[in-house]
Design a protein around this ligand. Sequence first.
Ligand code: CP3
Length: 404
Amino acid sequence: QGAIRMFLLRSAAVASFLLACGLPYSSAFVGSGLTVTPKDARLRTAVSATASRSTPLGLKMEDPLLLRAARGEKVEMTPVWMMRQAGRHMQEYRELVKKYPTFRERSEIPEVATEISLQPWEAYGVDGCILFSDILTPLPGMGVEFDIKETSGPKLKPLRTKEQIDTMKICSDWSTSMPFVKQTLGELRKRVGNSATVLGFVGLPFTLATYLVEGGTSSEYLEIKKMMYYNPSLLTAMLENLAENIGNYANFQIEAGAQVIQIFDSWAGSLSPEDYDLFAFPYQKMVVNAIKKKHPDVPIIIYIAKSGAHVERMADTGVDIVSLDWTVTIDEARRRIGRDIGLQGNLDPAILYGPEHIIKERTESILKMAKGRHHIMNLGHGIEATTPQPNVKFFVDTVHAFKH
Ligand code: CP3
């Protein structure tokens, strides 16, 4: 069944590419031994032109499953993808690391970034294909350099004084400073057609500021917290700059082909409610407003780690979907934020280390609570680096096999 699904997905992608080029899509199957006519119903739902909803053959095509679910439409099954799905946990990725040893080259050479972004879609048939990149990727466009060490993660020269923060600029043209992002997103749309939804993503100002102020990964965020209490106006100047840049950068990703945008404020869960309202929420909202102003129809998903205390605040930003970690149930989130907003998540990534019957039980428990209404299945945070790949496949198949 998996092989047939994969064949259909790939065939659909090839066919959609041909359609976009104005070629008859039956030519996609030359040599496959299959004769496919435009009347083939399965294919009709699986194929779509990448840029428009009607094709050169005049067929009416449906948008991809995850995009329709993100908009809150009734869907035939729950879509699934995983945060940090492209990367370390995949053997195929680790092979590429040998050839391209730095994260910057893997994410900034469009052909390599495209291949890595496609790996989980090819291996598991996930419904979302996220750009292989990082939340720090746009920083050079704002005048801030960074490096990512394979062992210890992001490294930056800390920005803590007014003079240092004044070196940040507003990027005037993202397509010249990040051409590889545009090329990768465009290529991904062509490659997956309507068999997956292409997701773009950005880091939100508070989380990005933790890296800028701390100079890298942090466990307690004490440097940025000291800045909050000793020099709040300096920090808010940095957050405002980041909000303007990130709003523009998200719009650039949409214009390059991203169909859904996920906005990550991963470390805002470390804030007290008072500090969250001062240093995270206003800047989250600025980014959401900037996207909604230019692209009101593009669904936005917000994610924060350890966010059980903040789900109402997340919903109040004006996003379409709140991505939950595993500290709340779907039912509890629904009681707290209502039914008008979508939900994503929320399997504990550690469950993917468990036996199959536990993966099935816990996954189905989430699916039952969500009832297939405005829900995208995902993990409660990024997939862990040592997750066994067969378990990941089992998780994705469990979601697709579930009947509401
Ligand atoms: O994990 C989250 O909370 C999501 C938001 C986030 C990303 N990067 C998104 C991402 C955060 C907080 C970061 C910062 C960052 N950058 C980290 C996190 C921990 C830390 O040390 O502070 C790390 C390890 C990096 C560097 C990085 N980013 C590497 C080495 C890789 C590729 C390999 C891998 O699997 O980790 C990334 C990829 C990355 N970061 C993606 C996303 C959405 C790629 C898309 C995907 O695979 O889904």
